[in-house]
Ligand binder design. Structure first.
Ligand SMILES: *Cc1c(COP(=O)(O)O)cnc(C)c1O
Length: 379
């Protein structure tokens, strides 16, 4: 059997082990330590680039934990409503329910596959007419493609609803050089094993308002009040990133620019190789948008071939591909949640497939992938 080609697997650089050894040598094997502090500064520096804004970052045990704390910091409580992009990974929506709040799902638009600004405004107006103003909006940058943040931020400001930006898949993506992860009142990153860089498991919460991040650090370390004994006046969480994971993260931050280049090169390679095959469509970047191309995704629109034909043919050759995120409004667990949509996400889900996109894809693996696609499309 040929070796398995993964959708997206961890890709270490050269310094991760050195930093991890440093953590061992100094016995900083705890959910705090010098790597944690340095990683936070390095992430903030990367997100700001030449930008002069203020930005603070706290690294956490996962992106999901970051979303949970983000909602708490925005004051979301039981019974509140939170608007969430329907087409996304369940981790974008689950933390809403951890708080006893209720998700309201909004459909995608076809240019970026992310939340439709038109339907977002429709949803806000309708919820307000029903007597419930949403407490937050969660847009997502799927597969690294930025959502239409100019319009989304405009609407959020107009109705004075804060944005909790889920940038878990979009580290390094930007719109006119403003980085994804800096658009929200609060933004969230993930360093899970399949993301563009990884700490094995981990995430970050990001905000321009340093007080929010200070509060995130407090809540993520069991909400200990300043006292020699253990004193608590609020419910806390154990959500901080360990110094060992942060050590991996520091090595990964050094190679992040290279990983973005490699992922984008994968996309360009697919685009070039698939250009003469009718029925496969790749997602283009709208003007001024820059995607990290975390995953290369295609839509199959062909009279006799569908995404399952291609997925199963790939699987036979031990190549992992995956359907796109199944929209949350069609998930059994969220069947009772309100939804504002026109069928766009469902269509994209029906036709879409994620192709192997690791920054460590080898030439011979690319040839195997292409051979399957060509045989399915009879080229
Ligand atoms: C990965 C991911 C998350 C969750 O991040 P974890 O670190 O795995 O908890 C949230 N939202 C989206 C869109 C993701 O892809």
């Amino acid at each position: 059997m040929l070796s398995r080609i993964w959708l997206s697997s961890p890709h270490m650089g050269e310094h991760e082990r050195i930093y991890v050894n440093e953590a061992f040598d100094t016995n900083w094997i705890a959910p705090l330590g010098p790597h944690v502090n340095k990683l936070e500064k390095e992430i903030a520096g990367f997100l700001l680039q030449k930008n002069k804004e203020e930005l603070d970052v706290a690294v956490l045990s996962s992106g999901t934990a970051a979303l949970h704390l983000g909602l708490i910091l925005l004051g979301v409580k039981a019974g509140d409503e939170v608007i969430c992009q329907s087409m996304t990974f369940s981790a974008s929506a689950n933390p809403i329910t951890y708080l006893g709040a209720n998700p309201v799902f909004v459909d995608s638009e076809p240019d970026t596959w992310n939340i439709s600004p038109v339907l977002l405004e429709e949803a806000i107006k309708d919820r307000m007419a029903k007597g419930k103003k949403p407490k937050a909006i969660i847009p997502v940058h799927l597969y690294g493609m930025p959502a239409k943040m100019d319009e989304i931020v405009g609407i959020a400001n107009q109705y004075e609803i804060p944005i909790l930006e889920d940038a878990a898949e979009a580290l390094g993506s930007s719109i006119r050089e403003k980085m994804c992860g800096t658009f929200g009142q609060i933004s969230v990153l993930s360093f899970n094993g399949n993301k563009i860089i990884t700490t094995s498991g981990g995430g970050a919460i990001v905000a321009h308002d340093g007080k929010l991040i200070e509060k995130a650090r407090f809540l993520s370390t069991q909400a200990r009040d300043p006292a020699p004994h253990y004193q608590h006046s609020q419910i806390g969480y154990n959500y901080r990133m360990s110094n060992v994971c942060a050590a991996i993260g520091r090595g990964q931050m050094e190679v992040l620019p290279k990983r973005i280049t490699q992922r984008r090169a994968n996309f360009e390679w697919y685009k070039h190789e698939l250009s003469n095959i009718d029925g496969i469509h790749l997602l283009q970047e709208p003007k001024d948008f820059y995607s990290n191309r975390w995953l290369t995704t295609v839509l199959i629109k062909h009279p006799s071939i569908n995404r399952e034909t291609l997925r199963l043919a790939m699987e036979t050759e031990n190549i992992e591909t995956r359907p796109l995120w199944k929209p949350m409004h069609s998930q059994p667990v969220f069947k009772d949640a309100p939804f504002y949509g026109d069928g766009t996400a469902e269509k994209i889900f029906d036709d879409g497939l994620c192709l192997p996109s690791g920054s460590n894809l080898k030439e011979e693996e690319k040839e195997r992938i292409l051979a399957v696609i060509k045989s399915v499309f009879n080229k």
